[in-house]
Structure formats: C-alpha cells, structure tokens
Design a binder for this molecule. Structure first.
Ligand code: IPE
Ligand code: IPE
Ligand code: MG
Length: 262
C-alpha cells in the first residue's frame, strides 16, 4: 500500500467536507487496479430522511459524490466507471421524485462537464432512451458528443437501465438476425450475446460496489457481473468518499479471483 498526504480529508475536493485537516489517504497499489468498477449508488433517500430533508436533497448531495468518485477513479487509472443512476424500476417512484432525477444529469453536466473535459474523461450512457424526457437526453447527448474523443476514464452512466430489459433486447436482436439468415443459431455463443449488450466494447466489471447496506443487485448488469468481486458498505452514497472507494479497491487487490479454477 502507498500512502499519500492529502489536505482536507477524504473529501478534499468537495467544499462540503473540506477543511477537516490533514489525513492519510491510503492509495491502492498501482499494480492490479481494476479496469472496470461498477457502482450501485444507493442510500440518497435515507441519507436525507435522517437529516430531516426531502429525498431530493439526498439526490442533490449524491451528485457531488459522483464528481468526487469519478475524479478518484481517474486519478488511479481505472479505465471504466459505471454508475447506476436510474433503473427501469425507478419509474415506480412518485412523479415528483422521478422528475427531479430526470433533471439531475442536466444539472450535473452544467456544473461538471468542463472539468470532465479538462480531465480527459469520456462520458457514456447505457440504458433505454425510451421514456426519458427530451431535456435529459439533450444533456447527456451533448456530454457524450463533447467528450467522444477523450481518452481517459470512461464515465458510463446507467440511466433508465435494467439488465433484464437489456437481455431481452439482445435476444430480439439475435432472433432478428437468425430470421434474416445472417446468423446460424448454432453459432451463437457467449461472445455473440456479449456483443449484443450495451457493454459490448467494455471489459466486464472487475469490482461491484453497492452503498447503503443493501445486499442485492437490483437488476444491474446481471450478465456482466458473473465473475465480478462484490463489495458492500453501509455508508450512504452522499457520504461515500475517496477513502471508502480506495478501501474497496485495496480489498479487491487482496482477493483471489479463481474463475472456477484452482
Ligand atoms: C439511490 O438512492 C438513487 C436512486 C435509486 C436513483 P435511493 O433514492 O434509492 O435512496 P434510498 O435507497 O431510498 O435511501
Ligand atoms: C438501485 O437502487 C438503482 C439505482 C441505484 C439507480 P434502488 O434503491 O432502486 O434499489 P432497490 O429498490 O432498493 O432494490
Ligand atoms: Mg435505494
């Protein structure tokens, strides 16, 4: 493990937590950095409730964590950071909360896009475009377009994403190709299926993090997580800092990945 002296604590680049004095931040070893980290950002609502705030205040605060963790991931050389921002099941929430969540990408990008560009971050999205308001799509499309040539961290937002819906789409696509005579059904293998998913050109997540103490996958990347290492924390997403993120990666580095072998 290396250690680095940082000012202002684990959230040094966040005005909310700056000023708490010098602390030692344990950095993961530069060898064996996970190429792809996926995060189920959970606990915004509970974080807010415990403070007597409306749920949307938790989402707003969670937005600052996104910036913090994206920068932390870029700093240590993670190639892909996938963040679960809105699931296909989250439409079940009250309309006022959904409306707020649909405004967040716009708000986030208005504040952060220039810095993401300055840091060579490439923004991507995965999930269904169907049902997303025009203003949400416009904001993410602009971010994707303006960062398309960047070569640093891929910041991949899962927005209106559901893994089962993604697999249904893949099945339809394969059925269409077989029917059209473009594909022999006996030629379908794992690679064929993977190539029909929104992650076709990305490595599978090496590490999955879920915040807030929930121990479930909630329809996130079911295919891609087959051999990912899982790391859970009780910390709510708005309170998740670089320190927690690097702790997760340090633990990942101690794991032995066997993939069914010995
Ligand atoms: C995660 O926080 C953000 C989204 C799912 C959009 P939640 O809103 O699920 O927060 P809790 O789980 O209710 O605390
Ligand atoms: C998962 O969190 C979805 C996102 C983080 C976007 P939820 O809060 O929606 O998951 P459940 O309902 O607790 O399983
Ligand atoms: Mg939740």
């Amino acid at each position: 493990m290396r250690e680095q002296r940082v000012r202002g604590g684990a959230g040094a680049d966040d005005a909310d937590t700056a000023g708490s004095g010098d602390v030692r931040l344990r950095l993961p070893s530069p060898d064996n950095i996970p190429r792809h980290v996926a995060i189920i950002m959970d606990g915004n609502g509970r974080w807010a409730r415990e403070r007597g705030l409306p749920r949307v205040a938790g989402h707003r605060s969670g937005m600052r964590t996104v910036r913090r963790i994206a920068m932390a991931a870029a700093r240590i050389g993670v190639k892909v950071l996938t963040l679960y921002a809105f699931s296909t099941e989250n439409w079940k929430r009250p309309k006022s909360e959904v409306d707020y969540l649909m405004k967040l990408p716009q708000e986030f990008l208005a504040i952060e896009l220039e810095e993401l560009i300055a840091n060579n971050v490439r923004v991507r999205v995965m999930g269904s475009r169907q049902g997303l308001p025009g203003h949400t799509l416009a904001a993410v499309d602009e971010a994707v377009r303006r960062t398309a040539d960047n070569t640093g961290l891929i910041l991949n937002f899962a927005l209106n994403y559901g893994s089962r819906a993604e697999l249904v789409e893949a099945a339809r696509e394969l059925a269409r190709r077989v029917k059209a005579g473009e594909l022999d059904e006996r030629a379908i293998d794992e690679q064929t299926i993977a190539s029909c998913l929104s992650t076709a050109d990305l490595p599978d997540p090496d590490l999955l993090i879920r915040t807030s103490g929930e121990l479930r996958i909630s329809n996130f990347m079911l295919w891609q997580l087959a051999y990912s290492e899982l790391w859970f924390t009780d910390v709510y997403w708005p309170e998740f800092t670089e320190r927690h993120f690097y702790d997760a990666i340090c633990e990942y580095q101690r794991r032995v990945r066997r993939y069914g072998g010995l």
